[in-house]
Unconditional design. Structure first.
Length: 169
């Protein structure tokens, strides 16, 4: 079933722990391109968020930026993905002094590949949008942890904690 040329995510479309993370190449902030396969040999946190410069998305991006040095010490890269265009990402980064990489998936292809384009319901109004979700991908490109329907409070710390646990085992 298609809606406005975009696939609706069903439970069977969702990725699972142990699966290979879908590769992607997307434009990112300040003129760079980010490709997941370029990170082979490193762990990567890929998080999907609805929209730049909204309350929850801003708190999440600031949280990842503040703890980025800790992620880097663990050898973990952080990439945020939304449908916002690069121009919006750049303004968002500058406004909040963000340190993380933000990639633009305007077409929604990667968002669909990761199963985060979902039907939402707000105040009785149904619409499609990005489910806030985070994937932890190991150095071989395999998904080792998934957080779905993320609540922002404490989430970045939980992701960092998982990365620390993986590093110590």
């Amino acid at each position: 079933m298609l809606v406005k040329d975009q696939r609706i995510t069903t439970m069977s479309d969702r990725l699972s722990i142990g699966e290979r993370a879908p590769d992607f190449t997307l434009p990112a902030n300040h003129g760079v391109t980010v490709a997941l396969n370029a990170y082979r040999g490193h762990r990567v946190v890929v998080y999907f968020y609805p929209k730049d410069d909204t309350s929850g998305c801003t708190k999440q991006a600031i949280g990842f930026s503040q703890l980025l040095p800790e992620f880097i010490k663990l050898g973990v890269h952080v990439i945020g993905i939304s449908k916002d265009p690069i121009t919006k990402h750049n303004k968002f980064i500058e406004k909040h002094d963000l340190k993380i990489t933000l990639a633009s998936d305007v077409e929604g292809t990667v968002i669909e590949d990761y199963g985060v384009w979902v039907e939402k319901n707000m105040y009785g109004r149904k619409y499609f949008g990005i489910e806030r979700a985070t994937y932890l991908i190991n150095s071989s490109g395999i998904i080792v942890k998934i957080w779905r329907k993320v609540r922002v409070a404490g989430h970045v710390e939980a992701v960092l904690n998982e990365c620390q646990l993986m590093s110590s085992s």
